[in-house]
Unconditional design. Structure first.
Length: 357
């Protein structure tokens, strides 16, 4: 329904332009023998049909322009927005003054074209000059009594907006480590919690399956902790897309906001890379900060179960890293000293292979 209305609306704009063209033709007396009513009707109908046929293309172009503008706005900080708005207003005023000269151009069409070009040029300059030059000026240098190190909390919050926002996946909230990472101050920028992620979390918390229900409720507790935390800015965004899968919605939102996706989902990670969307994976971060282990180092390991290989035993470090002990099956239930032989890094994590000393 909305699409049809948009098509007819664009067609109506074409009809109005047709009336304007007919008026210009009448004043220029290009077709003096043509009846006035016929001229206006034909011009309006022809351009109405033309714009109606091209309406879908116009809508796509407009959507792309809106997306580009939204991406550009989200990358601006408050200082850039203020000065760009002032610059644009001044540019329009200058264009208004200059365009008065074009009223005296003998051919009205040329005067109209020059007026439009003038507005476009000064509007662009009004935005670009303040953004590229004025916003780089440090105004505090003109006020020596104001110390730069005495910044308010609001100033810090404004500066944080210049960082790339992070769109949080359901898997990260349920995992829970994001709350501890946020408290350390390593995450810069705003965390975006889309309403469809919140709905999925609520659905998991209301599941009939006991394990899923516990995970969902834990996720809601983690989410409340993030929102209440003073260490990170969190926004619950009311937005949705015309797709069913939550993963697809996350990627669309990341593209729209020019943000990064925060996830633990391996498949979502791969799809995001294909679509050129930045991904921050908590599991990859956890693997990256684990202490490096080199062959020849010694470990004290409690062997708790049998391994897959012949006579192998398995133990774990405090961070969950699996240790495979060669000829360790006979030591199950015991704590022994071992020597590292090799380390295997996989997408799922790290495995350390050792042998008894």
């Amino acid at each position: 329904m909305l699409k049809r209305f948009s098509n007819v609306f664009i067609g109506g704009i074409g009809g109005l332009i047709g009336l304007g063209v007919a008026n210009a033709i009448e004043k220029l007396e290009l077709f003096p023998t043509v009846n006035r009513t016929v001229l206006y009707a034909a011009s309006a109908i022809i351009l109405f049909i033309l714009f109606l046929l091209l309406s879908n293309a116009f809508i796509k172009v407009i959507k792309k322009l809106i997306t580009m503008i939204e991406k550009e706005i989200f990358t601006l900080n408050s200082k850039e927005i203020i000065f760009s708005t002032i610059g644009f207003t001044l540019g329009m005023l200058i264009a208004l003054l200059i365009s008065n000269i074009f009223k005296y151009v003998p051919i009205r069409v040329i005067g109209l074209v020059l007026t439009v070009i003038t507005y476009i040029i000064f509007g662009y300059l009004g935005i670009s000059i303040p953004r590229n030059y004025v916003t780089n000026i440090d105004f505090l240098q003109y006020f020596p009594n104001v110390k730069k190190d005495k910044k308010s909390k609001n100033d810090d919050l404004e500066n944080s907006k210049s960082f790339q926002c992070k769109i949080v996946d359901t898997s990260v909230i349920i995992d829970g480590r994001i709350l501890h990472i946020a408290k350390t101050g390593f995450i810069e920028g705003k965390l975006i919690i889309p309403n469809f992620v919140l709905d999925e979390l609520q659905h998991i918390a209301d599941s009939a399956d006991d394990l899923k229900r516990k995970k969902g409720r834990r996720g809601l507790d983690i989410l409340k902790g993030l929102i209440d935390s003073k260490d990170i800015e969190v926004e619950v965004m009311d937005i949705d897309f015309e797709v069913e899968e939550v993963d697809s919605k996350l990627l669309k939102l990341a593209i729209k906001l020019n943000g990064a996706v925060l996830t633990n989902d391996y498949n979502l990670n791969k799809v995001a890379v294909v679509q050129d969307v930045k991904v921050l994976n908590i599991n990859e971060l956890a693997n990256a900060v684990k202490p490096a282990v080199l062959p020849g180092e010694k470990f004290t390991v409690e062997i708790i179960q049998k391994g897959k290989g012949n006579n192998q035993g398995v133990g774990f470090l405090d961070d969950g890293t699996m240790i495979v002990v060669e000829n360790g099956q006979k030591f199950i239930g015991k704590t022994i000293n071992t020597l590292v032989t090799s380390v295997l890094q996989t997408d799922a994590g790290r495995m350390i292979f050792v042998k008894p000393e």
